[in-house]
Design a protein around this ligand. Sequence first.
Ligand SMILES: [Zn+2]
Length: 301
Amino acid sequence: MHPRSFLKNSFTKLMNTSAAPLYRIFKIKRRFLPDARIPILTYHKITDIDFGVDAFWNVPPSLFARHMACLAAEGFKVLALHELYDCISMKAEIPRDSVVLTFDDGYANVFRYAYPVLKEYGFPATIFLTGDYSGGKNLYWWDREVAERRPDLYEDVRVLNWDEIKEMQSSKLITFGSHSMSHQHLGQLPRPRIEYELRQSRAYLEKRLNQPVRFFAYPGGIRAYGDISEETDLLLVESGYQLACTSETGRNSLRDNLYALKRIGMGRNDSPSLFRAKLIGGYDWVKWPQRAFHGMFKNPW
Ligand SMILES: [Zn+2]
């Protein structure tokens, strides 16, 4: 196993072992200290696939259902991303114990496995689509590797087609944002290309969806890896977006920058107890070792 994956997996195992006491400590802390920070969860593929460069981020359908059951059991209020936008932009109070659900890359497995569960609970979510991939037959490069090794898994790695997107759109439960055109490290691209990735994806998705696309999620989403730069910060606003999600770890408060919202990545090792701990801030400190980690290893993407 690559040292990067080894360290990442070992760290998550350590987190899992400490999740239950961590959850209890943070639960007590919450009782005495008001905590208005809201987690935005990031899911990618909802699948049982346990190999490939992105396997860490694959969440099995059964585990996803347990995560959602946890939210319902703990009484969490699932807000749509536009509701969080309204709270932050108007500095209105964020409802207590709320959470936002997002899915990056626009996978068909989200329609197949996550959407029925979201409907069952009435939980809204945002799916970030890429212009060049959505609705087409092309696979992301990391999924091509999986499909070449196991052609029978094509259905689990393909992206959403427009029928699936339209069906979810008509439910009003799912909204769509942009994840750029071609899923590159935006901060490393020349200015005209960044403009294209931002503007063209928005225009294309608005035309296909026939509704405004207001929100963006950075591919990669880590500043230290060159996914975000001062130039992308600027161009994002100029391109007409109202909000952007990164992949920097943490929860968000009313004071936070709407164009650099933090999120919490969900993966196959997120047991229900670790999931619960992450929701209430037990994972916020991870941003520090994560920064060191980003400095130690080069980005595999
Ligand atoms: Zn992505």
